[in-house]
Design a protein around this ligand. Structure first.
Ligand SMILES: [Zn+2]
Ligand SMILES: [Zn+2]
Ligand SMILES: [Zn+2]
Ligand SMILES: [Zn+2]
Length: 330
């Protein structure tokens, strides 16, 4: 046994679930536990008297909870980096030094924003950095996926997939800024543009019915990427064509997902948008198939009335048979 007492490194694992954390996260992104970063190693010799997080006795405000902690030891002038903290940038208001990710200036108390470069994305609740795998935002503790903002549409989507007998392939819907879509490199992650949900302007809002359609369409892309080898089969290619052909995504097509009726204008496609690319054709076929609960007879009689080409029937049969074959393998 060594007589020397070594100081342990600060525990960077969640005390509840043992998940690996980054220092100064407010919540465990895995189990949602609220975290506290105390001065366990006696780096500064001071803790905030309100939130108990590690502070410097030179600070005037707690950089973590923002409260005024000024006392006789506090520096009257903003400092660069008191003992225990690094200098990462200056406060825009007072010029004092700050250590990432201080949420308040320790010298003047001003709320701070950081560029969360090491994260993949933004929390739909607080706009701070989150990664796509996170369930809980490490900053605000809310649902990092934003799924809590669209419960009705997601419940509907789940029910429709069940009655259509499509087994969950592990898809993960997340609300994000930017465009809706699925990246072929992460086929299970379905991004939905959060502007449709949290848009402040009226015209940015869409009904939950349209949202359901949009999610089903994007799930179609996810399903296809997940079963990509299927696209090489002769039957798939005869029905949908060459899905590998390059194309550009336009994001102004969501209005089309409002249409729950089969289009009458194009004989070989279920919707106008389906005609833009074989991948969109598949995603639209998937949307109608699931939206109509996989009821082919109902769909086919509608196709008949609307004088759809034989190829449209075949697209739905190809999907239907594939869905059934997946269940058969279980
Ligand atoms: Zn945890
Ligand atoms: Zn505090
Ligand atoms: Zn300041
Ligand atoms: Zn957040």
């Amino acid at each position: 046994m060594s007589p020397k007492r070594t100081v342990p490194r600060p525990e960077l694992r969640c005390p509840s679930c043992r998940f690996e954390l980054e220092r100064f996260w407010y919540y465990c992104p895995n189990c949602s536990r609220a975290l506290q970063w105390r001065d366990e190693l006696k780096e500064t010799g001071a803790e905030c008297r309100y939130c108990r997080w590690m502070v410097s006795d030179r600070h005037r405000f707690c950089p973590w909870c923002g409260r005024n902690i000024t006392d006789a030891a506090s520096s009257p002038e903003p400092l660069r980096a008191p003992k225990g903290f690094r200098f990462e940038r200056r406060c825009k208001r007072c010029g004092g030094g700050m250590h990432y990710p201080m949420q308040h200036c320790p010298w003047c108390g001003r709320a701070q924003q950081w560029r969360y470069e090491r994260f993949q994305n933004e929390c739909p609740h607080c706009n701070r950095g989150v990664d796509d795998w996170m369930d809980t935002c490490p900053w605000c503790g809310e649902d990092a996926t934003g799924r809590d903002l669209i419960p009705r549409a997601l419940r509907r989507v789940r029910q429709l997939l069940i009655v259509s007998r499509i087994t969950d392939w592990g898809y993960r819907v997340i609300l994000r800024p930017g465009v809706s879509g699925v990246d072929p490199d992460t086929p299970k992650v379905v991004e939905v543009d959060r502007r449709y949900v949290t848009g402040k302007r009226r015209r940015d809002e869409i009904s939950w019915n349209t949202l359901t359609g949009l999610i089903l369409h994007e799930l179609g892309h996810s399903f296809l990427y997940h079963h990509w080898s299927w696209t090489r089969t002769g039957r798939f290619r005869r029905a949908f064509g060459e899905v590998r052909k390059a194309y550009r995504v336009s994001d102004e097509h969501w209005v089309d997902f409002e249409r729950r009726r089969i289009a009458t204008t194009l004989t070989d496609y279920v919707s106008r948008y389906a005609g833009t690319h074989p991948q969109e054709d598949f995603a639209e076929t998937f949307r109608f198939y699931v939206g109509r609960r996989g009821r082919l007879r109902e769909l086919f009689s509608e196709f008949g009335r609307k004088r759809k080409g034989v190829i449209v029937f075949e697209k739905f049969l190809v999907l239907h048979d594939f869905v059934r074959s997946l269940r058969g393998w279980r």
